[in-house]
Design a protein around this ligand. Structure first.
Ligand code: SF4
Length: 406
């Protein structure tokens, strides 16, 4: 996948600038940071593209295909799970292609232009299929940290809009349905959503175009929310900081319809507020606390970098963390010396059984499933508090006791 050149109002950042239009100009000259996750994502995209190209676009001789794949797998960012994940992407593309009454046109890594609704807006769609009145937009995501939904996803809708622009010279206005899929094998699999062209047009022209206009012209409208995690100003933004300290409105804010069975008012002081938090308030504070914890981590990362760059952060300094010890000249050379000094070889090596997860990572999902079939089972985990949005079912002590927890 070629790196997506950065449009000020890019599709991949649309969720952020639609919710916080001021963030676009605020961050436009801030440097990008390169994370190992981004590099791994880029590599997984290249592997996914190679497989899809081989199947749909141009079948290379097996040797050339294998040589290309081997080259990609030699990257330091490669890990075995990318094999299964990119296979899942290819399988989804095949299934989508099969759903068309006649074989669709398939295009990979398509640079789409949506500058008719977003100033200088463009992006790269991983896969587009079109034909029989339908257009498919498919996006591969390698990450496991943040689950990306397909429903009402502005990035996907912008790709779809750009794809329609791209194919209009050939297909005219014959397309009536847009199908969007996000393939995120490391975070729950495939999520899909469909809309008709009228809905897409309403969204593109009625919601995106006006927001993009404001963002482009440097509005000072800022709103913090979960999109801040993808913002280059996430550590230094005062709007986000304000939101983190805005605790008071939560207290006593029990929404209509929620049964607050605690003594909300202090029984000893008529009309007075109780000294104890209600269960509802505790829930709110825990939810907010997660955001605050994330924000503090962002601040710490920023402050450490600033300190190392020579910009003092009031009240803080960088120190050397706890280091480790290593064998001079490598373990082989050191162990030889140790044995010559009377240390038994058996003391120099640890033999530990590999974990189920460790072997699965080393072999890859498919090979693991074959090799370890019937040799492992799941032990129930301890009850853990998670946000309500977590996709796991609520803890069931009876099911856990009988090993039925999943
Ligand atoms: S950190 Fe959040 S509130 Fe601040 S500019 Fe970025 S997206 Fe907007």
């Amino acid at each position: 996948m070629p790196p997506e050149k950065h449009a000020l109002l890019g599709a991949s950042s649309a969720h952020r600038w639609l919710n916080c239009p001021g963030s676009a100009r605020l961050t436009e000259n801030m440097p990008d940071s390169v994370s190992p996750y981004a590099e791994a994502g880029r590599l997984a995209h290249e592997i996914a593209e190679l497989k899809a190209r081989q199947y749909f676009v141009e079948e290379l001789p097996k040797r050339s295909f294998n040589a290309k794949l081997k080259k990609l797998k030699a990257s330091e960012h490669y890990d075995k799970s990318m094999d299964g994940a990119t296979d899942e992407y290819l399988e989804h593309l095949k299934a989508r292609a099969m759903s068309y009454p006649t074989a669709p046109t398939v295009a990979l890594e398509v640079q789409v232009d949506f500058s008719d609704i977003v100033p200088e807006g463009f992006g790269t769609a991983d896969c587009i299929m079109i034909g029989s009145g339908m257009i498919d937009v498919v996006d591969y995501k390698n990450g496991s940290g943040v689950l990306v939904k397909a429903e009402n996803n502005p990035q996907m809708m912008l790709y779809a809009w750009g794809a329609l622009n791209y194919f209009r010279p050939i297909f005219g206005d014959s397309i009536h349905t847009v199908h969007m899929s996000i393939v995120q094998p490391n975070a729950g699999g495939v999520r899909e959503w469909e809309m008709d062209i009228q809905e897409l047009t309403l969204f593109a022209e009625g919601a995106i175009a006006p927001a993009a206009y404001h963002a482009w012209h440097g509005t000072q409208e800022f709103h913090s929310g979960e999109w801040c995690q993808f913002c280059k100003a996430k550590a230094t933004c005062t709007e986000r900081a304000k939101a983190m300290f805005d605790v008071e409105p939560m207290l006593g804010a029990c929404p209509a319809g929620v049964d607050d069975d605690r003594d909300y008012f202090d029984p000893n002081h008529e009309g007075g507020r109780a000294q104890l938090l209600t269960d509802h308030e505790i829930g709110d504070i825990l939810t907010r606390g997660k955001d605050v914890a994330t924000w503090l981590k962002d601040l710490e990362a920023y402050a450490l970098k600033a300190t190392l760059d020579g910009r003092p952060i009031a009240g803080w300094k960088a120190v050397e963390g706890r280091g480790g010890r290593e064998w001079n000249g490598g373990s082989d050379a050191a162990f030889e010396q140790l044995q010559s000094r009377g240390v038994a070889e058996a003391m120099l090596y640890e033999r530990k059984p590999v974990s189920v997860a460790g072997l699965e990572k080393a072999l890859g999902k498919k090979a693991f499933a074959e090799a370890a079939d019937g040799l492992w089972s799941k032990t129930p985990g301890k009850p853990t508090l998670v946000p309500e949005s977590d996709k796991r079912p609520p803890y069931n002590p009876a099911a856990a006791a009988f090993g039925g927890g999943d």
